[in-house]
Design a protein. Structure first.
Length: 116
């Protein structure tokens, strides 16, 4: 069964950094390597929004709000993707979810809270 598990969220002051991780279980190595992955976030009262995408080849794209501050990477050997978030702002506060689009699978989410 395909399952995604995020970790790394927490409380941080504005200007600080966090690194989120998402481990994908239940897929083979070749399948994981061939899949694009995505990070989304949802703040209270807001719709879930796309933060970043990484392709199977390692190419990345970011929402305007994340560009220049966030870095999406992957370690295929560990079936893991990462979201390095620097220069965090209070408006980055949200639950962050990773997604495996082809399988339409989501993780349970990890809370990120940025205090001013």
């Amino acid at each position: 069964q395909v399952r995604l598990e995020e970790s790394g969220g927490g409380l941080v002051q504005a200007g600080g950094s966090l690194r989120l991780s998402c481990v994908v279980y239940g897929v083979s190595g070749p399948i994981f390597r061939s899949e694009n992955m995505a990070w989304y976030r949802q703040a209270p009262g807001n719709e879930r929004e796309l933060v970043a995408i990484i392709t199977s080849g390692g190419n990345t794209s970011y929402a305007n709000s994340a560009s220049g501050r966030f870095t999406f990477s992957r370690d295929n050997a560990k079936h893991t993707v990462y979201l390095q978030m620097n220069s965090l702002k209070p408006e980055d506060t949200a639950v962050y979810y990773c997604r495996l689009p082809t399988f339409d699978k989501w993780g349970q989410g990890t809370q990120v809270t940025v205090s001013s």
